[in-house]
Design a protein around this ligand. Structure first.
Ligand SMILES: [Zn+2]
Length: 141
């Protein structure tokens, strides 16, 4: 997983600089939107919020979203691209797979099996009477 602070570092990269690194022509905080057939620059950069937004196709996001969308990368790849592009060192470990934690043995779940062996009512009564009735003690059911 990427460190939270590393992600913040990448999100804080100037959005217009990231756009230019991707090959977009930014002028007056606008650029031709690469996400739709744009003839007039519809992609606007908000430097204060460090985000972009297209008012035509509604593409929007921050630095990492821009790289993800533009280069069609997943989150981790986009972070790596941004880090490489800006000579930032981030700890990029592959996203940890959720580990299946083996459940501890739960005796309660099996209790009824122990408490009630697989004997029919009749068989159990027979065993009981065999044990409690002396003259039947030797009889096996
Ligand atoms: Zn657009």
């Amino acid at each position: 997983m990427l460190d939270r602070f590393d992600i913040q570092k990448l999100q804080d990269l100037p959005i217009e600089q990231v756009a230019e690194a991707l090959g977009l022509q930014v002028s007056h905080h606008n650029a031709l939107c690469p996400f739709h057939a744009d003839k007039h620059p519809s992609l606007t950069f908000h430097r204060g919020r460090n985000r972009y937004r297209c008012f035509v196709c509604d593409a929007r996001g921050g630095t990492i979203d821009l790289v993800m969308q533009y280069l069609n990368k997943n989150f981790l790849e986009a972070c790596k691209w941004l880090a490489d592009e800006n000579n930032l060192v981030v700890s990029l470990n592959p996203v940890a797979e959720p580990v299946e934690v083996p459940k501890p043995f739960d005796a309660n779940r099996y209790q009824r099996f122990f408490a009630r062996p697989f004997l029919s009512e009749e068989a159990r009564n027979c065993r009981l009477s065999a044990l409690t009735t002396p003259f039947l003690a030797g009889v096996r059911c």
